[in-house]
Design a protein around this ligand. Structure first.
Ligand code: OGA
Ligand code: MN
Length: 202
């Protein structure tokens, strides 16, 4: 993957999609690390995702390198992206947190933002998909809106695909899945909320 091209896209429009970020074999290796135990999503580490089955129905498991070498490798790749985002976009990202997410048939996540300016330290969202052979009939699209809440695009959760977007700028939702849908949702964070920060040029 070309870090420069990805950061250019984020600079120009705030988001990037990288198909085949990982190979099918690497996706399968990550799937083999899926945990046996899941927790209901909802109590976000920052209290932003006040959990409620009306808002989101997915289940999560926070990522940890001890889940296996493929997970450690994934986290190392995110670390490379973090360094590139800081070098090329001066985002000042300090760390990264991520969880596996499982949507069972019927599960969804209603429209939300991952961060609100001055109230969160999440700056850049990543979503990586672990689904092989996802079909249109399987639902579960990521529907993205622009900052003015106009429909921007629908993204199929195809295995190997990585989506990156600025956490504060794009409301989004997960439409109801009709098959089990697996992903890794993650956030690159700054120190503090960044109130008073100078925003990178857009
Ligand atoms: C999230 C989220 C999108 C997706 O976990 O905050 O919006 O496509 N996930 O799984
Ligand atoms: Mn989200």
């Amino acid at each position: 993957m070309d870090h420069n091209a990805v950061m250019d896209a984020i600079y120009a429009r705030g988001w990037a999609i990288v198909d085949d970020f990982l190979s099918p074999a690497e996706v399968a290796a990550l799937r083999a690390c899926l945990p046996a135990a899941w927790q209901p999503a909802g109590i976000g580490r920052e209290g932003l995702h006040q959990g409620n089955a009306d808002i989101r129905r997915d289940q999560i498991h926070w990522l940890d390198a001890e889940l296996g070498a493929p997970v450690a490798d994934y986290l190392a790749r995110m670390e490379s992206l973090r360094i590139a985002a800081n070098r090329l976009l001066m985002l000042g990202l300090f760390d990264y947190e991520a969880h596996f997410a499982r949507y069972r048939p019927g599960d969804f996540y209603a429209t939300h933002r991952d961060a609100f300016a001055g109230r969160s330290n999440r700056r850049l969202t990543s979503v990586f998909y672990l689904n092989q052979d996802w079909q249109p009939a399987d639902g579960g699209l990521l529907r993205v809106y622009d900052d003015g809440e106009q429909h921007l695009m629908d993204v199929s959760p195809m295995g190997g695909r990585l989506v990156l977007f600025l956490s504060e700028e794009f409301p989004h939702e997960v439409l109801p899945a009709r098959e089990e849908r697996y992903s890794i949702a993650g956030w690159f964070r700054v120190n503090g909320t960044g109130l008073g920060r100078v925003d990178p040029p857009r």
